[in-house]
Unconditional design. Structure first.
Length: 297
């Protein structure tokens, strides 16, 4: 009985010399393919994106020989922080995404900077960059010698007493002038300018009440000292603008998809009445939008 079992096992579970060699070759090929699959991501990943995710020790090894700007040096205590990866002078107001990544910014930090700039924010001095929510002390100290911004804004705002004798153009005033008015702080000034840029310019004093976070007395103060003297606001080409661009305007937002779809199905818009036909814009909202619409096809 045992003989029959052994014979059966030999017949069905044994391999010839050719089969053994074939299996070895096949295993070698599989191991080579596995090695290539594992190494592909490392071949195509750029230095900046690759090194941003490395640990602190690897970052320090990479930048230890990087050149330093004239008159600045990185102290030994500073070398204990996570330093930039490819040191170069930069201005956070115009540095592109890749440049920020090369300096050691993480992708979510780059998005925050770009979003801040898109909404009208400006970095006027070093402390503005330091106030970004993701900026810790060690990273800021490492970047500081390379930032092309002054330590402190040199412009001296007019005194409150002197400024009260005049009025300002809401579409041209900057935050320095706004904070010189009693009752208008830096937070309020930033919200006014951000909303102005979001709209494309104010066309009515009533729009001040649309700004979230403003108190009634602050709105009254802005109306008292504010004027609307600048030209036409930024126009939206309603018959050419893409859905994503339309979404950027505060009066449209999520309605953009329906506006574009109706335009594609029924042809270009020529009047406010045409715009109402899309079904998502009320009469009052269309009236508010009119100064911002360009009807050209």
């Amino acid at each position: 009985m045992n003989k029959h079992i052994l014979q059966f096992l030999r017949e069905y579970f044994s391999f010839s010399e050719k089969e053994k060699k074939g299996m070895l070759v096949l295993a070698g090929i599989l191991f080579c393919l596995l090695g290539i699959r594992i190494s592909i991501p490392y071949w195509y990943r750029t230095d900046a994106l690759n090194l941003v995710e490395e640990n602190q020790a690897q970052i320090l090894d990479f930048i230890v020989s990087a050149p330093e700007p004239a008159g600045n040096s990185i102290s030994s205590s500073r070398q204990q922080t996570v330093l930039p990866l490819r040191l170069h002078r930069f201005n956070p107001n115009n540095e592109d995404s890749l440049g920020l990544l090369e300096l050691g910014f993480r992708p979510y930090q780059v998005r925050s900077v770009m979003r801040y700039r898109h909404k009208g924010g400006q970095f006027r001095e070093l402390s503005d960059l330091q106030r970004m929510y993701f900026m810790n002390d060690s990273f800021f100290e490492a970047l500081k010698p390379w930032v092309d911004l002054p330590e402190k804004e040199t412009r001296v705002p007019p005194s409150k007493e002197a400024f009260k004798q005049t009025q300002f153009d809401l579409n041209a005033v900057d935050s320095v002038e706004l904070v010189s008015i009693r009752g208008i702080g830096a937070y309020t000034a930033s919200r006014v300018i951000r909303y102005r840029n979001w709209l494309g310019g104010f066309v009515s004093m009533e729009q001040l009440s649309e700004i979230k976070g403003l108190k009634t007395e602050q709105i009254d103060t802005l109306r008292k000292y504010g004027l609307l003297q600048s030209g036409t606001p930024r126009q939206l080409a309603i018959n050419r603008t893409t859905e994503s661009e339309l979404q950027e305007h505060p009066y449209i937002r999520y309605k953009a998809a329906i506006i574009v779809r109706y335009r594609q199905q029924h042809g270009p818009y020529h009047s406010p009445e045409d715009l109402k036909k899309c079904g998502v814009l009320s009469d009052s909202l269309v009236r508010k939008l009119m100064p911002y619409i360009d009807w050209k096809e």
